[in-house]
Write a protein that binds this ligand. Structure first.
Ligand code: PMP
Length: 398
């Protein structure tokens, strides 16, 4: 019998299952409180609007909605995205989610050994996707982005999530954005600005994107976006906005990946976006997710031992909990699973360090479940800390 493990290409050695997806297997277990995945709240999906839009799309576009389409995307949706970002339609490529946009960018921009700068921690599935091309990842602290030119000087490419970053939930200041825009322009370093969460803001004013600050498609910044968090991730519709030369290369790469993104889903996204739904739906999401974020922050304050710290995101879906160095996030996550609370260890999101961190999602659970889940998690972390201090006492008394 054929042994498939013997057949795999060498590049597959850099592929592994992403831990978030591994943990997500348990999300559906009865009674599970999930802070695990980046799941939007299913009860907030605009079901009626989707139903009406599905009928409208078939009526309006007929068989075109079911036919093969152009790789660039259906013109109506490209136009909609272009208008919302103040760019030309020729600068927009529709992709199967932002994830495909990132994957295609990795394929066309990264050679083996290229230095790729990322925040530490950064989006896990970006690391998995780009690792296949064997770059040298280097960690850049957001606060040092202007000043830490040593690390950046060598970088060919810089990937960042400026708004409510996954997994930290942090947001780059205007000053940092301006510095990145300026540095990238003078050093001719490509920047990938991935912004799935920007519209989900619960406090303070929105800041300009690095893409805008650096001169849109004439500059070194590529903008990546998605309907996943503001409409529904099951649509699998995202986009890249870039200079025409880069779009052309991405189109070539996409042709071999999947020919084009689902025509039907693109028309659906377009119909919903053109109906003005986003202007009413996104504020509803912000109101509810804002409540959930507040519930999680309050519960952390109430139940976490004093040695534990966490980020305070102004939007998005995640925050990062940091425990004392001696505690392993993976062990806490395993123990939490036993008590029906799903959390993701922060380790794999990091280029360096992060073993003692946990990523918590707050968009997927109602506030009362959030409180119960954090209470359980607080007890577990407390137990680990107690055991650790017992060990320390007995060790020092030897
Ligand atoms: N970028 C980041 C930072 C994300 O968190 C995600 C989804 N979790 C994606 C990209 C991919 O989004 P999509 O569903 O559009 O593929």
């Amino acid at each position: 019998m054929i042994d498939w493990n013997e057949q795999f290409a060498a590049a597959t050695q850099n592929m592994r299952r992403n831990t978030v997806r591994e943990f997500l297997k348990y999300a559906g277990r009865a009674g599970m409180i999930s802070f695990g995945g980046g799941l939007p709240a299913a009860e907030l999906f605009p079901m009626d609007e989707f139903q009406n839009a599905s009928e409208a799309v078939l009526r309006k576009y007929g068989s075109r909605a079911l036919q093969y389409g152009e790789t660039e995307g259906v013109p109506e949706l490209r136009e909609n995205v272009a208008q919302r970002h103040g760019v030309g339609i020729e600068n927009v490529l529709i992709t199967s989610g932002a994830q495909q946009a990132l994957d295609l960018l990795g394929r066309v921009l990264i050679d083996r050994g290229d230095v790729v700068a990322v925040e530490n921690p950064t989006y896990l599935a970006l690391l998995s996707s780009w690792r296949v091309h064997e770059p040298e990842f280097t960690a850049v602290e957001p606060e040092d982005i202007g000043g830490d030119k040593g690390a950046l000087k060598r970088a060919e490419l810089f990937y960042l999530v400026p708004n409510f970053q996954n997994p930290k939930g942090t947001t780059l200041t205007l000053e940092t954005r301006e510095k990145v825009a300026e540095f990238a322009s003078t050093e001719e370093m490509a920047v990938i600005e991935d912004d799935p969460y920007g519209a989900l803001r619960y406090e303070r004013e929105a800041l300009p994107s690095i893409f805008e600050l650096a001169g849109k498609c004439g500059g070194p910044v590529v903008s990546v976006g998605t309907f996943s968090k503001i409409l529904a991730p099951g649509l699998r519709v995202g986009w890249v906005i870039a200079n025409k030369a880069l779009i052309e290369k991405l189109v070539q790469a996409k042709q071999s990946a999947d020919l084009h993104t689902s025509t039907l889903n693109q028309y659906l996204a377009c119909e919903l976006a053109m109906s003005g739904l986003l202007t009413t739906h996104v504020p509803k999401l912000c109101l509810e997710y804002g409540r959930r974020r507040a519930a999680m922050l309050a519960a952390l304050e109430e139940f976490m031992p004093g040695e534990v710290t966490w980020s305070r995101p102004a939007g998005g879906m995640f925050l990062l909990v940091r425990m004392p160095e001696v505690i392993s996030g993976a062990e806490v996550a395993r123990e939490a699973l036993e008590e029906n609370v799903l959390v993701v260890p922060g380790d794999d999101f990091h280029i360096v360090g992060g073993r003692n961190t946990l990523r918590l999602n707050f968009s997927n659970c109602a506030p009362d479940s959030i409180r119960r889940g954090i209470q359980t998690l607080g007890k577990i972390v407390g137990r680990f800390l107690n055991e650790e201090s017992k060990y320390r006492v007995s060790f020092s008394s030897v």
